[in-house]
Write a protein that binds this ligand. Structure first.
Ligand code: ZN
Length: 435
């Protein structure tokens, strides 16, 4: 028996998400250290055995876009346009955030993500060290995007300081364990083309990803046309910000030419259907057209202030229904593609080659779902497993979570964090904030 080994024994179903999209029945998974060593009928004993005969095992889900500390503003402002919501309601409160708000907001997000089976998130915020501290304690993975704006923020008084912090962050978190860093210029309404150019330099110098909000609202496109006489995607190209390292988030208002440019530069795209629908962005990201042009796409929840949850199961179902309805085509977004968007495809968006599927040699990020629930019964054949995951399951159905080979949740109980303590701390710091 090797130390730090886990055997997921006799799983009802293993949704591998391998290149053949195999779903295995009554097989086991042997994990040693932080890697999947064997999928099938391993003979090895392990120092922890997880009986899984009524459970579905699938890769840990990956959230390609969120703002984790914004869990603190869940439900604080709803039913408004993006501009009114962010500039008038959200940002004035965010600007009072101190390190402790970022830390506890992120801890709350980590609890929610673990409970809902998310083992990896791409974040876009400030005070990254505080988020990293929370993620380290929680045991999940992330890529932390250092937010960059031209205007003064609650983290930095000027753009110059913002870049100093950003460079420190990308150097500090470069290729280290479960946490990585990237650069995240906000959007053209708050961030100038010159700033975008500086961000592109950081991407080239440090070989990191660039996350940015693009063509989220009609107003953003109009702003770019009025002030710079170019559409946002053309501006990104001019600033040297289009490459395979670019993650373009939202993209509701992209044109056919914009999609061609994404394809030319192998830009990765993130779709946030729930947040975009809630903010009434007026257009829907042309997901089907983008898939046809072979773009690499992942799903994101966006922050809790606009979603208002971090449940990727809800995101998958909403995404499928939205596009089926919009395109008048029930075949438009099948269940398999939805699961791809939060596993294998998401791993490609985030440049994580050994995540997103259950295969020997991959990192051991796995989640389990107990099927002994009325809404997950019956299972007619293997194919029903996929259907149940996308159209019937909820985040709350996740029973166990393994990340980097470590058990973070067992039978619904998080092993790494004290939930009650975090809820109480969040309650107290918010009372202080709004006093
Ligand atoms: Zn966002």
């Amino acid at each position: 028996m090797k130390p730090n080994s886990v055997l997921i024994k006799n799983a009802g179903w293993i949704v591998t998400q391998n290149s053949k999209r195999e779903i295995l029945s009554n097989k086991s998974i042997y994990i040693e250290g932080n890697r999947i060593v064997e999928v099938g009928n391993p003979k090895s004993e392990a120092d922890f055995i997880l009986e899984a005969d009524h459970k579905i095992v699938l890769p840990g889900l990956m959230n390609c876009h969120t703002h984790s500390p914004m869990t603190l503003l869940r439900g604080y402002s709803d039913d408004k346009s993006l501009e009114e919501w962010w500039f008038k309601d959200i940002y004035p409160v965010e600007s009072k955030f101190k390190s402790k708000h970022i830390y506890y907001g992120s801890l709350l997000a980590c609890i929610e993500m673990i409970k809902f089976g998310c083992t990896y998130f791409a974040d876009f915020y400030y005070f990254l060290d505080q988020i990293a501290k929370a993620v380290n304690e929680a045991g999940i993975r992330c890529n932390l995007g250092q937010g960059i704006l031209d205007v003064e923020t609650f983290e930095f008084p000027s753009k110059k300081i913002a870049f100093l912090i950003a460079k420190r962050m990308v150097r500090k978190w470069r290729k280290k364990g479960r946490i990585k860093a990237s650069i995240a210029p906000h959007m053209f309404q708050t961030t100038s083309p010159e700033t975008y150019e500086e961000c592109a330099e950081i991407v080239r110098k440090y070989n990191v990803l660039l996350q940015t909000h693009v063509c989220e609202s009609k107003k953003e496109v109009e702003f770019a046309l009025k002030n710079y006489e170019k559409r946002p995607v053309d501006l990104l190209e001019e600033c040297g910000c289009l490459s395979d390292k670019t993650i373009a988030v939202h993209c509701n208002w992209v044109s056919g030419d914009d999609i061609k440019k994404f394809s030319k530069y192998d830009v990765k795209v993130v779709h946030c259907p729930v947040s975009n629908m809630k903010l009434g962005e007026g257009k829907i990201m042309p997901l089907k057209d983008m898939i046809r042009q072979n773009l690499t796409i992942g799903l994101g929840t966006d922050g809790c202030a606009s979603n208002n949850s971090l449940d990727l199961f809800e995101e998958m179902k909403t995404c499928s229904l939205l596009h089926k309805s919009h395109l008048n085509d029930p075949t438009a977004m099948p269940a398999q593609k939805m699961l791809d968007l939060v596993t294998v495809d998401a791993a490609k968006v985030l440049h994580e080659e050994d995540l997103g599927s259950i295969e020997e040699g991959n990192k051991a990020d796995l989640i389990l779902i107990d099927t002994r629930k009325p809404h997950l019964q019956p299972i007619h054949r293997k194919h029903t497993v996929l259907s149940n995951l996308v159209y019937s399951a909820k985040g709350q159905d996740v029973s166990d979570v393994i990340c980097d080979g470590k058990l973070l949740m067992e039978d619904g109980r998080i092993t790494t964090l004290n939930e009650e303590e975090v809820y109480e701390k969040v309650r107290r710091i918010l009372l202080e904030l709004f006093r």
